[in-house]
Write a protein that binds this ligand. Sequence first.
Ligand code: GLC
Length: 828
Amino acid sequence: MSMAENVPDPNPELLTAKLLQVEEIAVDEEEFHHLNNPAESIKPIVKKYLGTPNHSEQSGNKIFFSDGDAKVEILVVTNEIIRVRLAPHSVFLEEFSYAVPQLPQRHVEFTLLENDKEYIVATPVINCHIRKQDFFISFSDKNDTITSSDAVPMHWEENTQFGGYYVFCTKTCQEQESFFGLGDKATEFNLRGKRLKNWNTDAYSFSFNQDPLYRSIPFYISLNDNVAHGIFFDNTFKAYFDFAAEDRNRTSFWADGGELQYYYIHGPHMMDVVKNYHLLTGTHPMPPLWALGYHQCRWSYYPENKVRVIANGFRQNRIPCDGIYLDIDYMDGYRCFTWSPKYFPNPKKMIADLAENGFKTVVIIDPGIRVDDNYWVFKEGKEKKYFCRRCDDYFMEGHVWPGRCQFPDFTNPEVRAWWGDLFDGLVETGVAGVWNDMNEPAVFGSGSFPDDVRHQYDGYRGSHRKAHNVYGMQMVRATYEGLRKQLKNKRPFTITRAGYAGVQRYSSVWTGDNVATWEHLKLGNIQLQRLSVSGISFCGTDIGGFSGEPDGELFTRWIQMGTFSPFMRAHSAGDTKEREPWSFGEPFTSINRRFIELRYRLIPYLYSTFWEHHRYGFPILRPVVMQEQDVLMNHFRQDEFTYGDKILVCPVLHPGQQTRNVYLPKGKWYNFWTLDMVEGAQEITVPTPLDIMPLFVKAGSVIPEYPVMQYTGETEIEEVKLNIYYSDYEVKSFLFEDYGETFAYEQDIYLEKKFVVKGDERKLTIKQTMEGLYTPRYEGYHFKVNGLPFVPSRIVADGKEVPTISSNADKTYEFKFTKNFKQIEIYK
Ligand code: GLC
């Protein structure tokens, strides 16, 4: 069997078309004998493979290998990251990537070795092998374990529709290799056996296994035999991934055009891979603290009075809420940056009143600008020629909510700057955040823009084939950068539906138009874990389901899961029934309240976890396989995840479920509700009545807690509660504090606190160290110690006896001490 037969073809119809084409040529040749018959010189389309590398040359961190015609560039990015590029005719594209704005600037010591069989580019951590016989590229670690290896040489094939090449890379797949990542794919967490496509798509009411959806994140993690590596295929064209679906021994990725360019990112731990992926593509900036609260949305709350009624409903029901959303009906005829004079005659006053009551107003802004010469945004965009054009040079038009629209070319930096400035009016009116929707881009009828639409692409030019997948990301980038400018030193809040790798630098995301079913609750749980390991930690689902009607039970289970979604927002379509946390009556209202309150209590923990993400590249949600990648069974677990690294969450995903099995990774865990201590590395069965979602806290944790407020900052924090969970081994915890809404953290104005907890049968010690320039206003901590195996006789804090210790019926102990303590000992 030839190699070509084994390589997945991009599209079976294409293959048939190609065969037909070859046959037709043969007929033509027999029937017509024109001297200059152009058909004579047309060769059948076949895949072309790299030949043998016959020489190498080096320039800085780049090493080039050539087979005489095609060239391959190996770039040593860091000790753990190597980039591979292919130029079929030796001409590489200019370096430009929306995903990787700047390569990490690090000095790397590497060597180029050569023997009879191969060239080896060796860093202190990994080796990249280039086999002389056939140009196979493989990677190994310092234990000589081959982690990734070509199954056929890199190859390409003419794409006649495009006038360029399809580009392909096919790697061998190991017997027990698993795959994770790729963003928001609506399928099982482990991607082995799946073939998936990246092409941003408006997927209203998507179903399980529907593909593609709203985002394109061409990054996956492979895990085999306890060694993980990542592949980031930085190509914005329509792209495909085949994880041992067509051939169980092979994994391929390919695209309809662009350059074959991928980063090999070494682990060996999945966490290392994700951190290094963030090193390339960036992390989320710190959100304003309020954005970590609860958000209420609906298509649409209008008129103004309805918004006020909803806001008051939260305060009357004593259910905390920070964000309130205005969907498309707030606008005048769906014209972006306008207000409906009928429904919102005085938006500034309304927003001010809402703000007075603790609500931050977030408004939707779509990319389609209504064609209307009496509308200033359209007029300006038209005059400045800022809208996208077709290849025949006229402005491209399509229908969306406002009717006939033209669309800004967000890949043009000048257009982005213009767009950013358009937000001055909204900011002046008091808007605190912006929701970018329909930016796949979605167009009614056709789905999206025609392929031939041209884009400026930051000066590198491209058709929509190349710009489609980055359009939404560049839109929300323009929004974020504009808001950042308008809000001076305050952190903007943005949310987007579409995105490409790196979108996290500008926005949070939600998973789009889901459905009010139990299956979607399960899917949302998987999607959020997947987004989290794919670089997008600040993510959430439409709680309750966008379309369809949840009953009280489903809504409550969704609120429970949403309490542990990094972004927590309820949203629903306009043709559904009321969907506020009190809409279903008792017992649902009380349970929803209790969980939303828990969200607020845990805000300092989530905020600290966010900092760990922003500063160090840790994902916020961590699937079980990331905790224990050496356990094969965990490759298939997708229900449980940890929120940060201390709280294990296990959503209840079935109606009427009274108990469920929970897997606890190794170590000791406390049941959050009962405080019972449980040994990990086992599955246990726990009760799941409606008011309980299984939660476990790692022994040794210090979980910081704020008092419940109706919105962040409602009152000054007077003390922070520290929940200490006894452990007989040493555990570190972490608390991050800063102003919460400015960019002062970029000037190092923040405080990082580390707690170390260690106990034995006679004593529990808690140590604190602090680093940073920020001073919180509160004075003291309120300690609550859980799981002590003894009754404390005395507590010594920084050498002083703590006078008052209160003990509770559940054998927990509470006391207070200054926030600046260094060491506390609790004695038997
Ligand atoms: C899209 C969005 C949805 C929004 C609706 C109206 O369907 O995904 O969230 O409510 O448009 O703007």
